[in-house]
Ligand binder design. Structure first.
Ligand code: ZN
Length: 409
């Protein structure tokens, strides 16, 4: 990893990812193993005008130790100083940068029930402070290669070689070549233009076909829009929540999925890789799970039975088959990358931020929306080189929006 490239990446994260504003505080969450890079990011945040930058160090090994030794009731504590920290943040609205280098298998040994019991108590307590902050601060999730993660992708290589290969893949997919800030301005504008076309069509349904066996229709909500990469705070500051990003996405009308959709890439599920699977939907709900063996069928069935919403769709995303991520030919075992490879769907929770004005709606209006809700949100890839997607508009017109796996509009 060349220092000059790392510096470019750090600058991109501060300027485009978090878009740090003059006088704004910044909080960076990262692992100690990434200390050198974190120092560069902090440097760039200050250069962008940050008032103070604080780093919250943590890693999977610490999380594992907590869950190995500490009692549930001790982990469920939300002490006064933490409450004060969140209160302070809700007032100061720091930009947040998450640097993810975690080993996809690191938490496989964690006691799931214990973790669930802790989350159940802690999440609502934190949410009380976080909720009023939502939409008022910039945040970004970015990746850094760690040896454990890299070895998962390149098990044949030495640790050092594997890290270098993963870094090259991160550089390509986050468009670090040349002038990355300029690259992201162009990329963002292209994605926004696609969303504008889609949103101008008043799409009622999308129908998918390919030779893998996908024959599937899903309806969209008239209230929802397609969104892409960049987001704006309510104050109008643009930021990039995910780097990389390639998708134009929305949440569908959860009652309307019908037909069969086949996955086109493997899915990493609880530390295992599931391939060649599919789902059949009827009036929005999964009624059949297609899998290559009983074990994988059970894993997928457990997933869609997690709660009521887990068997309905929460996301429809359009990504061309020739995306930079798919061109690497890698499975990253990390959603940030894998969900941006090709067209995908997600079962589970839908997104409230694709509904303009959602924050001003009454509780009743929100409940009336056919927007899915669930504790899970699991993306699975369905895009292939021969995927066709035809949109039917509210006025009854049909428009081919994807042909041979890529944009036709
Ligand atoms: Zn997505």
């Amino acid at each position: 990893m060349k220092k000059t490239d790392l510096k470019k990446y750090a600058r991109l994260i501060a300027r485009k990812g978090a878009n740090v504003q003059p006088g704004q505080q910044v909080v960076v969450a990262a692992a100690v193993t990434d200390a050198d890079f974190v120092h560069m990011v902090v440097d760039e945040c200050y250069k962008a005008g940050a008032s103070t930058v604080s780093v919250e160090w943590g890693d999977d090994a610490l999380t594992l130790l907590d869950y190995k030794y500490a009692d549930v009731k001790d982990l469920q504590e939300f002490p006064r100083w933490l409450q004060e920290k969140w209160k302070y943040r809700a007032k100061k609205l720091p930009a947040r940068i998450y640097i993810d280098s975690s080993d996809p298998d690191a938490l496989a040994a964690i006691d799931q029930n214990k973790q669930m019991a802790v989350r159940k108590v802690i999440s609502p307590k934190v949410w009380k402070y976080r909720k009023p902050m939502e939409g008022h601060y910039q945040w970004t999730i970015v990746a850094m290669p760690s040896e454990a993660w890299a070895k998962k992708l390149f098990p044949e290589d030495t640790g050092k070689q594997a890290v270098e290969k993963l870094w090259q893949a991160i550089m390509t997919t986050t468009r670090l070549h040349g002038d990355p800030v300029k690259n992201w301005e162009e990329h963002s504008a292209n994605l926004a233009a696609k969303c504008a076309i889609l949103n101008g069509m008043n799409i009622k349904t999308l129908t998918y076909h390919n030779s893998k066996g996908t024959d599937f229709t899903v309806g969209l909500m008239p209230q929802a829009v397609f969104a892409a990469g960049a987001e704006d705070t309510f104050e109008g500051i643009t930021f990039q929540p995910n780097m990389p990003t390639e998708e134009c996405f929305t949440s569908p009308d959860k009652r309307t999925a019908n037909g069969t959709v086949m996955a086109s890439l493997p899915l990493s599920l609880m530390g295992k890789v599931v391939s060649d699977f599919g789902f059949t939907f009827k009036d929005g709900k999964v009624v059949d799970v297609i899998a290559r063996n009983e074990e994988e069928k059970k894993m997928l069935s457990d997933l869609v039975n997690m709660d009521e919403g887990a068997s309905y769709l929460g996301e429809v995303a359009l990504v061309p088959f020739d995306s930079p991520i798919n061109q690497t030919g890698l499975l990253f075992y990390n959603t940030l990358f894998d969900e941006n490879a090709v067209c995908h769907l997600a079962i589970g929770m839908g997104f409230t931020d694709v509904i303009p004005g959602y924050e001003k709606m009454t509780e009743e209006e929100r409940k009336a929306l056919p927007l899915n809700d669930s504790v899970v949100h699991t993306d699975f890839m369905i895009g292939t080189a021969d995927l066709s997607i035809v949109a039917e508009t509210e006025s009854g017109k049909t428009v081919q929006i994807f042909k041979d796996g890529t944009w036709a509009i």
